[in-house]
Ligand binder design. Sequence first.
Ligand code: DGL
Length: 274
Amino acid sequence: MKIGIFDSGYGGLTILDEIRKLLPEYDYLYLGDNARAPYGPHSYEVIYRYTLESVTALLERDCALVVLACNTASAKALRTIQQNDLPSFGAERRVLGVIRPTVECVPMLSRTNHVGLLATPGTVNSGSYTMEIHNISPNIKLTAIACPMWVPLVEYGEHNSAGADYFIKKRIDQLMSTDPLIDTIILGCTHYPLLIPKIRRYVPDGVRVVSQGKYVASSLVDYLRRHEDMRARLSTGGTCRFLTTESADKFSRSARVFMPGTYVEAEQIELSRQ
Ligand code: DGL
């Protein structure tokens, strides 16, 4: 059986890339719901339904384990899917999110205990990062700013354009003026690493920018170390297939840019409604 990786669009590729660096031996199936991205501005009910349809597609295609490589889906849908929906697929399937593994690294990174979060409106409004950080380290002050334009910039291939600078600078300035003591900024959206060259341009010197890929990847390594039964179910052909709900050609072209060196020949699928 395979490891499924799900995102609303291309952002999850940044997570897949890091996971495959640490666990190249497994077989992966990636699904981008590009036809309905971005998820960020939608309501809880809509994000939950879209995420469940996508997770179902991956479980039906032989994934033993699905990583929601999307913060918005992890914030809005993970808990409900784990508790209400997953049992009907059999006790041995698992769905994991990206917020917990990201938050666990924060206390090690910040000296001032003033941390910034840049994420989609859905993730920020859910309060999930604030809740998780306070569970782990109550003395950290988290300032969260929503960046509604950043995912569309990536989905529409505008992440390197001059116009992108305006939207990126605007949100970083807003974050740093809200709390100038911030020394660590978490990129709480898996699309944002694709904007990093521009993000770094506007972040003050000495402020660390954290992308979550390698933390999610090492937490998966740790999970598989602790769950021998799951590890035993996973096939080890080292393959990676890509599914999208939008045009396969468009996905393949963009994914090749985002993951140089990886062979991408995507397949378009339609998600069945729950
Ligand atoms: N990559 C998704 C995330 O991490 C983007 C969600 C969206 O489509 O708005 O939140």
